[in-house]
Each structure stands twice: as structure tokens, then as C-alpha cells.
Design a protein. Sequence first.
Length: 310
Amino acid sequence: MRIGLVAGSFGGLWVLFARLGESWWQLGVAVGLAVVFAQAGFIGHDAGHRQIASSRRANDLIGLIHGNLVTGISYGWWVDKHNRHHAHPNTEGRDPDITVAPLSFTADQARSRRGLGALMARHQAYLFFPLLLLEALHLHAASVRAVLSPRRLAHRPAEAALLALHAGGYLTAVILVLTPAQAIAFLLVNQGVLGLYLGGSFAPNHKGMPILGADDNLDYLRRQALTSRNVRGGRFVDVALGGLNYQIEHHLFPSMPCPNLRSARPLIQRFCAEHNIDYHETSLGRSWAQALRHLHDVGSSEPLSDAAVR
């Protein structure tokens, strides 16, 4: 159903794009397409965890279509990066998601910054959401680098072809239909909203939660549960965040199909309570506030940030 809705929305928005022609109303289409791109990315995420189909080949096909072709993000590169994150969430030196310049997620990272980097670290809580406007560009650039890199990529020819098809079709449509000014505005709005949506969806999952040392030896259950945060908010939040709001359940059982995470939640919540394991859940707004507070504390090198790191 999700795949069908995304496919229908994707096709419908491009039909609307063609019918509107040279119009500033196209900026509304740009916002709609950004949402669809993000939702396609969520489906690619589920395929990468082997949640959707029974065979690896079918999951990879779904992931390549929704990642490379629809969204313009390398499926193979992202799966490799994401698997490393799942193995060591919020772990210094091992989780690629907390080694993202120019942001600092630990006090040591902030103190190591010099010049402009140090200035950005001090104000990173205020810069976080503006920087997310560039996140889609970062993902596209990383995808191109991955395809051109000599490092092993399981489906390199297919990934390269699908990325080229995405970029070629997307840019051709925008250039041929819109005026130059409208085309630039469309690209900025579409890619900016996409980056903001994706970053705003992923930030609540772990940002502001405990960060583990590289030599940490917590067991699997505690390593996954203590570094993850759930976001409550009902069915709307479930859809908006692609099911990633059940982050604790997802990290404990990454191959569990997304629709089942809601049902698993009370079981895991009760199990954690019985074994005296923190189970952190909050609203979407508070999750963003906690992430920003952590970035502020780290950037200003306050004692609280050091305690959070330990």
C-alpha cells in the first residue's frame, strides 16, 4: 500500500507539473515532490533492512528503484553506512552518523575545531535546521562519490545508470518546462525541503541520547535501547516519519517489518521496565528540543555535555 501510494503520488505530481507549465505555483509541486522523495527514501530504508520481500534480490530491487531512481541517493552506499550505524549506534569513532562535519556531537569533537569550525560549533544549535537545507545536496554528492569510488559496490553499473536517469530526467523536466528563475527556485525549494524533511525525521532517533565510548562493552539490548529515542504522536507521526518513530523497536529488531513496530512497542516497553532499562519516549517537538539542547551544550563545552558524553 505504501509503495502504491508513493508511486501514485510521484506520477500524479509530475503530471501536475507538466500541466502547470511556466507557473510559480510549481513551488507547491516542489514541496510535494520533496515529501514523496522522502517517503520513497523510507521505503528504501525498509528494503535495506530486508523488511519488505522474502528474497534479498527483491529487496535490493525495491531499494534501488526507490533510492537511486526516485530519490537520487545511492542505495548501496546508504545501506553500508546505515549498517555500521546500527552495529554501533551513538558510539564514538564507530557510528558514521555522529562524525558529520561541521556538526560536533561530543565535547572532544567541538574542542578539536579551529577557526570557522570552532565558530560554527559554538552556534551549531542555531545552525542545525538551516544546515539541513543542504542535507539533500550532501546525500546526492556522497552517492556520486560512492559510485565513482573504487570501493566495492554490489550493483555499481545499475546504481550509476539509475542515478544518471534520475538526474537527467529531473533536470531535463525542470529546464524544459520552467523559466530559468522558476527552475532555480524549484530546485532550491525541492532539495531544501527534502533535506529538511529527512534531517528532521532522523534527528529525533538518536541526537541528544547518550553517546558511548569506542571501548564500550554494553550488551546488545542496552546498547540499542539506551541510545535510541521513540517519538509518540499517533498514526500521523507514524506516516510522517516512515515508522522510524519506533526507533527502539527498530534498533532491537531491524528486520521487523515497519507496520509491526507499533504492536511490538508495548512488549518491549514492558520488558525494559521489568529489567530496569531506560526506555525513552517523547513528543516530536520535545525530541527536537532535546537534540538542539545537546548540540548547544556540546558546542559551548559546558560540563553537562561532558557528562552526556561519559
